[in-house]
Design a protein around this ligand. Structure first.
Ligand code: PEP
Ligand code: MG
Length: 589
């Protein structure tokens, strides 16, 4: 393919901040079709040989990957690869395809597809959800064989294949993203996705620059093209000219130096300009990030998304494994509170083997606390692990997707059961606070009732926006409607903060908007005093806080509440915030 050489800009949605400059590793769904469908009978044996060679190549590739992932912090990719290697020996897949090539004298690709149709039909009749869904593994193995048949060779995991490059991908799952590492890949751009999708959240945690929802990135960017990815601006510049490159090299250096200096100065507690203490906590996706939270001056962990411990594996983490992970976090925080959110799977976060059959509306389906209450054994295992970790420092339990008081009561009963089972083994668990995520509009509407029985609230604005405004948070087509400053959102936030204030309950906000300085004055003005965000955002937000005063913030919130449209509120709030902007230069940087 001839390379398009002139500089062009692809605009997407800002995902994770940071600048990446490098060459593109493009992965698009490939269309694999044999040149001919039928073959001459005398060529059948050679065709079977070609098929077997592709199977053998697949085997060698999977063995190499399995060895490479052996020391990952999540051991389970190795187990998946073992399963895939076993599938490569399966008579129904391999033997049946070879027989079809001979019997029907057709190309290996066509025969393999015919076999896959039969395999899928067989899996569909399985009643057990878990086993039925394993057909996906067979699909992935067949896809690899097809790639080898067509000469598309990829012998490693995505992170390894794309090592040293900027990934250009149609759609990365949160689980794919969890395996990426800063320094290993430079950044990524995807065709799909929204600003608060879990893929983006994971990228921010790992501090990997990302642009999502760029629609045509895989179509417009050639493999190996030079790209500049600006995660904060949501743009990708392809085949940049020399002066643009020079400009972005400088911006990248400035960004990194500024982050380093901000971090170095972030250890002091945060106060507004008029001396009101505001607690800034870190959101955590992986236990190892607790150290980053401390380095960035977090007052505690505001939300540990434990579901990432359950991803990229075949089995469920045991109680001891979970206990070790929670303990790591609690100990790293050195006496500062660690809020551990109970398993929030479903929606865009799917796991194995806890995966459920496909649901028509996963975001409205068996997600989060609903799932846990339906799987008491799994839930109690997690609760026991959390209660055990609480002996090492202050722990709070946070319950996701609560829609009303009943779910809170049921959860408390489960916590009590877990506590008693530990007591029966001679372990007395310390007291832990139990709070609820306010992320379902129904919960916000009954916040006064919840406040009587919950120790604290955490505003999950990512979902609260999704559910209140009926906008799929991962869908780039409706991303333009995803608006934290919608008047409906302001009213809901006010309702929750007021109800909590009456009951004397603390309120944290842990959605992505909490890390955006433009919203700080209005949130403070509504009464918020605790915010949880990606650790890396804390130093910058502390600087902003020190420039804002509460009196003015209250006036800004009062005025914002009178405005009629999201655009009016957004324009007003961001210009009001800009008047507080602390100097962006730090000693000339
Ligand atoms: C939220 O919904 O705002 C939230 C913090 O939870 P998650 O993003 O994990 O759904
Ligand atoms: Mg949520």
């Amino acid at each position: 393919m001839t390379r398009r050489k002139s500089q062009r800009v692809i605009t997407g949605i800002p995902g994770s901040p940071g600048i990446a400059i490098g060459t593109a590793y493009v992965e698009r769904p490939i269309d694999i079709d044999p040149l001919t469908r039928s073959i001459a009978p005398e060529d059948a044996e050679a065709e079977v040989g070609r098929f077997q060679a592709a199977v053998d190549a697949s085997k060698r590739q999977l063995e190499v990957i399995r060895d490479r992932v052996a020391d990952l912090h999540v051991p389970e990719p190795r187990l998946i690869l073992d399963t895939h290697l076993l599938i490569l020996e399966d008579e129904m897949l391999i033997g049946e395809t070879a027989s079809t090539i001979r019997r029907e004298t057709i190309a290996a690709e066509v025969a393999l597809r015919a076999t896959m149709d039969k395999v899928r039909a067989a899996f569909e009749s399985i009643t057990d959800d878990y086993f039925r869904e394993r057909v996906n593994d067979v699909d992935q193995v067949a896809e690899r064989i097809l790639r080898n048949l067509s000469g598309h060779v990829d012998g490693a995991s995505l992170a390894e294949r794309a090592q040293g490059h900027v990934i250009v991908h149609h759609d990365l799952t949160p689980a794919d993203t969890a395996l990426l590492r800063r320094g290993m890949v430079m950044g990524f751009v995807t065709d799909t996705g929204g600003k608060t999708s879990h893929t983006v959240i994971m990228a921010r945690s790992l501090e990997i620059p990302a642009v999502v929802g760029a629609t045509s990135a895989t179509a417009d960017i050639d493999e190996g093209a030079m790209v500049i990815l600006d995660g904060a601006a949501g743009v990708v510049i392809v085949d940049p000219d020399e002066s643009t490159l020079e400009d972005y090299r400088r911006r990248k250096a400035v960004f990194e130096e500024r982050e380093r200096r901000l971090r170095a100065g972030a250890q002091k507690p945060a106060f507004t300009r008029d001396g009101v203490r505001v607690h800034l906590h870190a959101n955590l996706e992986l236990p190892q990030e607790a150290e980053l939270a401390v380095a960035c001056g977090a007052d505690g962990i505001g939300m540990f998304r434990t579901e990432f411990l359950f991803m990229n594996r075949r089995d469920l983490p045991t109680e001891d494994e979970q206990y070790a992970a929670y303990r790591t976090v609690v100990e790293a925080m050195g006496g500062r509170p660690a809020t551990i959110r109970t398993l929030d799977i479903g929606g865009d976060k799917l796991l194995s083997p806890a995966d459920r059959p496909s649901e028509a509306n996963p975001a409205l389906g068996l997600r989060a606390i609903r799932y846990c209450l339906k799987e008491p054994a799994l839930f109690r295992t997690q609760l026991r692990a959390i209660l055990r970790a609480a002996q090492h420092g202050p722990v709070r339990i946070l319950v996701p997707l609560v829609s009303g008081v009943e779910e809170l009561r049921l959860t408390k009963a489960e916590i009590e059961t877990a506590r008693q089972s530990l007591a029966a083994e001679g372990f007395t668990a310390p007291a832990v606070e139990v709070g609820v995520m306010i992320e379902v509009p129904g919960a916000a509407l009954v916040a006064d009732l919840l406040a009587r029985e919950a120790d604290f609230f955490s505003l999950g604005t990512n979902d609260l926006i999704q559910y209140s405004l009926a906008i799929d948070r991962g869908n780039e087509e409706v991303a333009y409607l995803y608006e934290p400053m919608h008047p409906a959102m302001l009213r809901l936030l006010k309702m929750v903060l007021d109800a909590a204030a009456v009951a004397g309950r603390r309120v944290n906000l842990c959605g992505e908007m909490g890390g955006e300085a433009q919203y700080l004055p209005v949130l403070l003005g509504l009464g918020l005093r605790e915010i949880s965000m990606h650790a890396a955002q804390i130093p910058r937000m502390k600087r902003w806080l020190s420039a804002i005063d509460i009196d003015t913030s209250k006036k800004i919130a009062a005025k914002a509440l009178t405005l009629a449209t999201a655009k009016e509120v957004r324009d007003y709030v961001s210009s009001a915030a800009a008047s507080f902007e602390p100097p962006t230069t730090l000693d000339g940087i």
